[in-house]
Design a protein around this ligand. Structure first.
Ligand code: SF4
Length: 331
């Protein structure tokens, strides 16, 4: 690794001046920082803010989260997606209450659902440990600064080596956040704003005119089309739902009965149309049918509109519910 060709204080000075005022940046509470870091995985900052604020109002301490009802937590998470993160927070809170709040990156790695990135983020921001981290933004900044054309595991390895060599010994939390902030606001994917960049003088990608080509793109996974049928049972103002089984997507949340394509929608009830939803590279098309029932099937749980609003339901199910309410003239 070549010696750094930029002055680290340039990046910190830029960060002091330009960093966005975000709610999790106003605290050194490791619990709050952990929650924000988990939320920010796969979620844009702007989207995460209201979820973070609601979550911290409902569960202001790790003890309150450890006592929380899973359904309440899932309902608060609703709309953020990737629900496994919510379950990891619940499991992690229980672990922390039992074993104590870790003070180091190594300690944080023992918390369920915490990987190298999150461990370093919490340890550096909350406890000032000079623990390096790499996320998508840091990976991109590194690839451009060092004109690194590697991809996959080799890019990852080099980015971590670089991050460890570069982390600021006295302000590691700010340093890590500054690198991520630079990637999020200046060294952005398609059109890096090199004329505003505090690291431009030492950036090889900029000097060679290849910044936009880096990091080297990799092929995207082929989209997987999934077709499903949703039967929406309706009886005397209530809808029949069932809990999603362990091991399934969205486990523990509530769903209308779903089946694979191949059954005759028309034979069930009134066709409501199709809702579409994308999860990573999976594209779900779910045909929805309203089934007016003479009796309330005991295998299902029958909930009013108000009760449905309070339980966690996956996004496609919420969309299906909206179709049914509109069809029934109840929206
Ligand atoms: Fe990214 Fe441009 Fe800054 Fe290099 S000079 S780090 S390419 S914004």
């Amino acid at each position: 690794m070549r010696p750094h060709s930029f002055d680290p204080s340039q990046l910190l000075r830029w960060y002091d001046r330009a960093c966005r005022d975000l709610p999790w940046r106003r605290t050194r509470d490791p619990y709050a920082i952990w929650v924000s870091e988990i939320m920010l995985q796969q979620t844009q900052v702007r989207t995460a803010i209201p979820f973070y604020e609601r979550w911290m109002r409902a569960f202001p301490t790790v003890e309150s989260l450890a006592r929380a009802d899973e359904q309440e937590a899932l309902a608060l998470w609703q709309g953020l997606g990737y629900y496994r993160r919510c379950r990891y927070l619940l499991q992690g809170a229980a672990w922390i209450v039992e074993h104590g709040m870790p003070q180091t990156a190594e300690g944080w790695l023992r918390v369920p659902g915490v990987g190298a990135y999150t461990a370093a983020a919490v340890a550096s921001i909350a406890f000032g440990e000079p623990a390096a981290l790499v996320d998508g933004n840091v990976r991109r900044v590194f690839a451009r600064l060092e004109a690194c054309r590697e991809t996959g595991g080799e890019l990852e390895r080099r980015a971590w080596d670089w991050a460890r060599s570069a982390v600021h010994p006295h302000r590691p939390g700010d340093w890590n956040q500054a690198l991520m902030e630079l990637g999020a606001t200046v060294c952005v994917p398609a059109t890096p704003r090199c004329d505003e960049c505090p690291l431009a003088d030492g950036c090889l990608g900029h000097r060679y005119g290849i910044a936009r080509e880096l990091p080297t793109p990799t092929s995207k996974p082929v989209p997987v089309q999934m077709e499903r049928l949703a039967r929406i049972p309706y009886h005397e103002g209530r809808f029949g739902v069932e809990k999603i089984a362990p091991g399934e997507w969205w486990e523990g949340m509530w769903s209308f009965p779903i089946s694979q394509r191949g059954e005759d929608v028309g034979a069930w009830g009134e066709d409501l149309g199709t809702v579409r939803h994308t999860v990573t590279h999976h594209k779900i098309a779910m045909r929805c049918t309203l089934v007016r029932c003479d009796t309330a099937d005991e295998a299902l749980r029958w909930l009013s509109i108000e009760e449905l609003a309070a339980v966690p339901m996956p996004s496609p199910q919420r969309k299906a519910l909206r179709l049914a309410l509109r069809h029934l003239g109840l929206d």
